[in-house]
Design a protein. Structure first.
Length: 372
């Protein structure tokens, strides 16, 4: 499964499930949005397996995306989740920081395999592997080490992409690393390019850029496709989007809470994702439009705090929730939601990344050397 196919599904409500296998990670990237360390916790593996066992051929996500922390600290769990997901017809992808590759480039070329056997088996079980590469990450794992891993995965037949992060679109690092990847892999390795967001360790001095949020016009700000795929957080809570504050902070705002892997199955989580009038409104019109159109002056000023910051306050504004319930409940709301998702899917993965990633590098998500 290529990166473009994955990104093509991203706007579709409940077409994917993001699952944080652990918060632990042996690396110490300065921009880490999850603030991962080796002493951090994670969900109960048995509960994650049980949740994936609730997928059925008739009711399942198209793709299970495993993240962390570092999911390959638990290679057997990653592989088992991928195998069980596939039984229901769900494909899987995994995002790694490639901690196991440190020093790989220094090994003799004839020692071709640089990926340890347990990890190789886990990578062989998934349909797509994404590897992080960025300036902060290169201080932990050298670019040449990551490239050795990518070569090995490509040779094994598993689709692979790079998840690249820069400070902003003008960051010279982005032009440098993306050209190096295109040249080294002859356009067979697509890239998802993003810029640093001020959350986790990136909120500290290493990641901060000293810029305030740009002012937002609530009636012009757009819909949020991030409210499409549920996310299993490190404590097993299932939330409606991957905004790091939503994933990390407790309590979760009521309109963004979808359940818990200890109590709910996929059918329940999918049902809530699709049926919630607030999530439908966030996906079709955007949170700030909801605050501006139906909320009072307090709600409108909450929207001034920023796009996601405003969204997180929606539950505190009953008049905005009532507005969403009026316009987005029932069959009409469902139809509107489906139409909006179809439009975004038809626009394709490049357009999606142009809107949600780093626009200047959006075309790298579907490079000519990769399968369509
Ligand atoms: S590899 Fe990822 S999870 Fe690990 S420290 Fe770096 S950014 Fe954080
Ligand atoms: S706008 Fe709301 S639903 Fe979308 S990513 Fe931000 S907090 Fe999540």
């Amino acid at each position: 499964m290529e990166l473009a196919a994955l990104m093509g599904l991203r706007p579709e409500p409940a077409a994917g499930l993001l699952m944080m296998l652990t918060r632990r990670c042996p690396l110490r990237c300065a921009h880490c949005s999850t603030d991962s360390t080796m002493s951090a916790g994670g969900p109960d593996p048995g509960r994650l397996l049980g949740f994936v066992d609730s997928f059925t051929p008739g009711d399942r996500p198209e793709v299970l995306m495993m993240t962390g922390g570092e999911p390959l600290l638990m290679p057997e769990l990653s592989a088992e989740l991928a195998v069980r997901a596939r039984r229901a017809g769900t494909r899987s992808a995994l995002l790694t920081g490639a901690f196991f590759a440190r020093g790989a480039a220094g090994r003799p070329r004839r020692a071709r395999a640089v990926i340890p056997a347990r990890i190789r088996r886990a990578i062989g079980a998934v349909d797509h592997l994404s590897v992080s590469v960025d300036a902060f990450h290169e201080r932990e794992v050298a670019r040449a080490d990551v490239f050795r891993v990518v070569h090995e995965v490509l040779d094994s037949g598993t689709s692979v992409s790079l998840h690249v992060v820069g400070i902003d679109a003008r960051d010279p690092y982005l032009a440098d690393v993306t050209s190096a990847v295109r040249e080294a892999f002859d356009d067979r390795v697509p890239m998802l390019v993003n810029t640093v967001r001020a959350v986790g360790r990136a909120a500290g001095p290493a990641g901060a850029r000293g810029e305030g949020p740009a002012p937002i016009d609530p009636l012009r700000s757009g819909p949020c496709s991030m409210a499409a795929w549920p996310v299993v957080a490190a404590d097993g809570t299932v939330v409606a989007c991957c905004n790091q504050d939503v994933v990390d902070r407790r309590p979760v705002p009521a309109h963004l809470l979808l359940g818990h892997v200890a109590e709910d199955d996929w059918a329940a989580v999918r049902g809530r994702t699709l049926a919630s009038p607030v999530l439908r409104s966030v996906r079709t019109g955007g949170p700030l439009r909801l605050l501006a159109r139906y909320g009072g002056p307090k709600a409108r000023s909450a929207g001034g705090a920023g796009y996601c910051a405003g969204c997180r306050t929606l539950s505190e504004h009953p008049e905005a929730i009532a507005g969403a319930t009026r316009v987005a409940s029932g069959a009409a709301g469902a139809l509107l939601d489906r139409r909006a998702a179809r439009r975004r899917r038809e626009a394709g993965p490049v357009e999606y990344v142009r809107r949600h990633g780093c626009a200047a590098f959006a075309e790298l998500v579907a490079l000519p050397g990769t399968a369509p």
